[in-house]
Design a protein around this ligand. Sequence first.
Ligand code: SF4
Length: 71
Amino acid sequence: MKVEVDDSRCYAVGNCARHAPTVFDQNDDDGRVVLLAPDPPEREHAQVREAALRCPAAVIVLHENKSAHEE
Ligand code: SF4
C-alpha cells in the first residue's frame, strides 16, 4: 500500500492520527496532517483505510497495489 496526503486541503481535525497513529501525525504549529509512514506494514492497512474513510476533507489517497517506492 502506498499512502499520499494533500496537506494543503487538510482541515486539521485529527481523525487520521487517532485511527492510525503510527502512520499519521499532526503538525505542532497548525494541526495539519504529517505522513509518518507512506508505505505502512500490512498489519496497519485496516487502520489506514479507516483513517482515509474518516477524513472529512478526503485528503488521504490510498494506492492499494503499490508501495511507496513505486511511482
Ligand atoms: S483526518 Fe483528514 S482533515 Fe483531519 S487531520 Fe487527518 S488528513 Fe487532515
